[in-house]
Each structure stands twice: as structure tokens, then as C-alpha cells.
Design a protein around this ligand. Structure first.
Ligand SMILES: NC(=O)c1ccc[n+]([C@@H]2O[C@H](COP(=O)([O-])OP(=O)(O)OC[C@H]3O[C@@H](n4cnc5c(N)ncnc54)[C@H](OP(=O)(O)O)[C@@H]3O)[C@@H](O)[C@H]2O)c1
Length: 331
């Protein structure tokens, strides 16, 4: 295995955007390790994707305690790659992790209690062999735990130096408003919200983005390609090696209906006219909104990552294109 040396031109092409009203800049495109970096995947492929990402100015890598499978293995693999290839670059990286979904048996390994969040981040730090993460998220709101308890746990982790910033994911606009207010009072402002957002899922436009803007919170959009549906991947059926085709993939084949594929084909012809792939147009379409700080993509190969990064070459839309896209996605 050759020793990795980062590309010296890595900061020349990426755009960096301020995350809400904070001091932190995030790359317009960030990389998530939900799939393709677990114990079931090939470490060497993951390593190449991370090298290519960092070489392209992607400074932000997003994890969660449960990413794998098996749960925890994405953090372990990322920790291995950091230690072997990126040991001198920790201060150039923004690493995030989360807790909120099922992680270990019994009553303390799920949801949003102080007990779960604090022990989970300790476990994540051990798996990645890090002293601290840059962002720690409450992965989902917990209807059974007072919001104050979850937010106080986040605040405590900042005070302990185990995370620099805190964020929330999958919270509604109203839950976000309340969480942000509690965190503000505690003195550890909410840096960022991580919602699902793509041309096929626009729920954030119904209040959440306005709340984030008003509260000075950044937004990082996950599953921007609807897990691969907004690409050419499923135009002729479900390939065996795709997320929908693999037994370990989270994308249910039922989501790939004739109706969805008909939309994808119409969107592809708009992208063709713009001189882009559909994946590139789907990313650019999210970045047109100034409230979106970063688009959090996944990739199962270096080629996909390279294709997606080219979205940055063509970010402008004219009114006609936007109208045409809206007609297709609302139809
Ligand atoms: N906070 C949360 O609750 C939450 C939930 C989900 C995700 N996330 C975060 O968001 C990140 C991204 O989510 P995601 O992986 O669903 O994002 P995505 O970008 O919508 O989907 C990525 C998948 O699409 C396919 N793909 C990507 N580029 C392609 C291209 N150019 N051509 C063809 N296929 C392409 C690949 O799937 P194949 O394997 O089929 O090639 C790839 O793994 C995650 O890693 C995680 O960090 C957060």
C-alpha cells in the first residue's frame, strides 16, 4: 500500500460556506459514511473514496454510532484510515457523529437520554481513536425524553471538550425552534440541522428552512440523491450491486416504482440540456438555496464521487429550468 500524500491543490476548487451564524465553514459537498464503509464493505475502496474526497477539498466527513453494518464498523474503519493516512490532518477535518437510533441492547442504547448520548459519544471516540469530534448530533427527537435532558447532554459534551459543536437531525421545525432556544440558554448554540432533503423529498421547505435561517442554524441536506434514485442507476431495473439490490442496503426496492422512474427520466432530460448528469443537477438544485450550507452525499465508488463533485461547475438555474423541475417533481 502506497503512503498517502494529500493533493496540495485541494483547497482550490471547493467552495466553503458559513454554517448558520457560526464561525465554522463547511464544504458545499460533504461525504457521509452511512453505507460503503462498514465491516461488510471493502476497506480499500472506502480508503480510496476518502483520499479522493480530501484531495478535492471535502473537509467534512459525517458518521453515526450505528453506521456499518455491523453498527460501529464505519467509525472503526474511518478511525483506521485516519490513523494510517491522515494523521497529520486532524485540524483540517470536520468529523461528526451522532446517537439517537438503536445501538446496544437494554434501555440505555437508544433514543435521547443523557445516559445514552454521553456513553455513546465515549464509545464513538474510542472506535475512531479520537480525543474529540467536531460536531455531535442528537440523531432524532425522542418523544419519551424531555427535550431539556437531551440538550443538556449535548451541552455537557461540549463543556467536556468531547465535541466542539452540537447539532440535531430529523427534528421538525417546532422541535428545532425549542431545541435551539434551550441550547442558546445553556450557552452551546445549535450549529446545524441535518434533515433529509432532495428533489423527491421537500418537507424542509414547509417551515424548517425558515426556522433555521431565523435561528442562525446551518443546514446539511442528507440523501440528496434519494439514496441513488436521482441518478441513472435504476433506469433499467435494479442492479444487484446497488443499494436497492444489496441485502445490506437501506433503500427498499419498493420505492423504485414506474412513476418515480418516469420522473427521473424527465429530470434527466432537463439535466442533459444543462450539460449535467442528473446526480449533478440534484446536488446543484439543493445548493441554489442559500440556507443550505452543505449537501451530504454518499458514494460507493471514486467515480461516483468525481461525477458528483462536478455539480460545482454548474450551480446556476434559470427561472424556466426551475419551473420545469418543479412541474416534474410536483406532478
Ligand atoms: N441524519 C440521518 O438520519 C441520516 C440518514 C441518512 C443519511 N444520512 C447521512 O447522509 C449521507 C448521505 O446519504 P445517502 O448515502 O443516502 O446519500 P445519497 O447521495 O442520496 O445516496 C448515495 C448513494 O447513491 C448512489 N450514487 C451516488 N452517486 C452516484 C452517481 N453519480 N451515479 C450513480 N449512483 C450514485 C450510491 O449508491 P449505490 O450503492 O447504489 O452505488 C451511493 O451510495 C450518509 O452517509 C449519512 O452521513 C443521515
Amino acid at each position: 500500500m502506497e503512503t498517502y500524500k494529500a493533493n496540495t491543490g485541494r483547497y482550490e476548487t471547493m467552495q466553503y460556506k458559513r454554517c448558520g451564524r457560526s464561525g465554522l465553514l463547511l464544504p458545499a459537498i460533504s461525504l457521509g459514511l452511512w453505507h460503503n464503509f462498514g465491516g461488510v464493505d471493502t476497506l480499500e475502496n472506502g480508503r480510496k473514496i476518502i483520499h479522493r474526497a480530501f484531495d478535492s477539498g471535502i473537509t467534512h466527513f459525517d458518521l453515526a454510532n450505528n453506521y456499518g453494518p455491523p453498527p460501529g464498523s464505519a467509525e472503526e474503519n474511518f478511525g483506521r484510515i485516519l490513523a494510517s493516512d491522515l494523521p497529520g490532518y486532524r485540524d483540517e477535518l470536520v468529523i461528526s457523529t451522532k446517537a439517537g437510533y438503536y445501538m446496544w441492547p437494554g434501555p440505555y442504547g437508544d433514543w435521547g437520554s443523557r445516559k445514552y448520548l454521553i456513553s455513546s459519544l465515549d464509545q464513538s471516540l474510542r472506535r475512531m481513536n479520537l480525543d474529540y469530534v467536531d460536531i455531535f448530533y442528537s440523531h432524532r427527537p425522542d418523544p419519551g425524553t424531555p427535550l431539556e435532558e437531551t440538550m443538556m447532554a449535548l451541552d455537557q459534551l461540549v463543556r467536556q471538550g468531547k465535541t466542539l459543536y452540537v447539532g440535531i437531525s430529523n427534528y421538525t421545525a417546532e422541535q428545532t425552534r425549542q431545541a435551539a432556544e434551550i441550547l442558546r440558554q445553556l450557552g452551546s448554540p445549535c450549529l446545524i440541522h441535518q434533515p433529509r432533503y432532495s428533489m423527491l423529498d421537500r418537507w424542509v421547505e414547509d417551515g424548517l428552512l425558515d426556522t433555521l435561517e431565523a435561528s442562525g442554524i446551518g443546514c446539511i441536506a442528507f440523501s440528496p440523491l434519494a439514496q441513488g434514485i436521482l441518478t441513472d442507476k435504476y433506469l433499467d431495473g435494479i442492479p444487484d450491486d446497488s443499494r436497492a439490490g444489496k441485502p445490506t442496503g437501506f433503500l427498499s426496492p419498493d420505492r423504485i416504482t414506474d412513476e418515480v422512474i418516469a420522473k427521473v427520466k424527465r429530470l434527466t432530460s432537463i439535466a442533459d440540456r444543462r450539460g449535467q448528469s442528473l446526480a449533478q443537477m440534484a446536488i446543484a438544485w439543493l445548493l441554489k438555496d442559500k440556507r443550505v450550507t452543505s449537501v451530504l452525499i454518499g458514494a460507493s465508488s471514486v467515480e461516483q464521487l468525481e461525477n458528483n463533485l462536478q455539480a460545482l461547475q454548474s450551480l446556476q438555474f434559470n427561472e424556466e429550468e426551475l419551473q420545469e423541475i418543479s412541474t416534474v417533481i410536483e406532478g
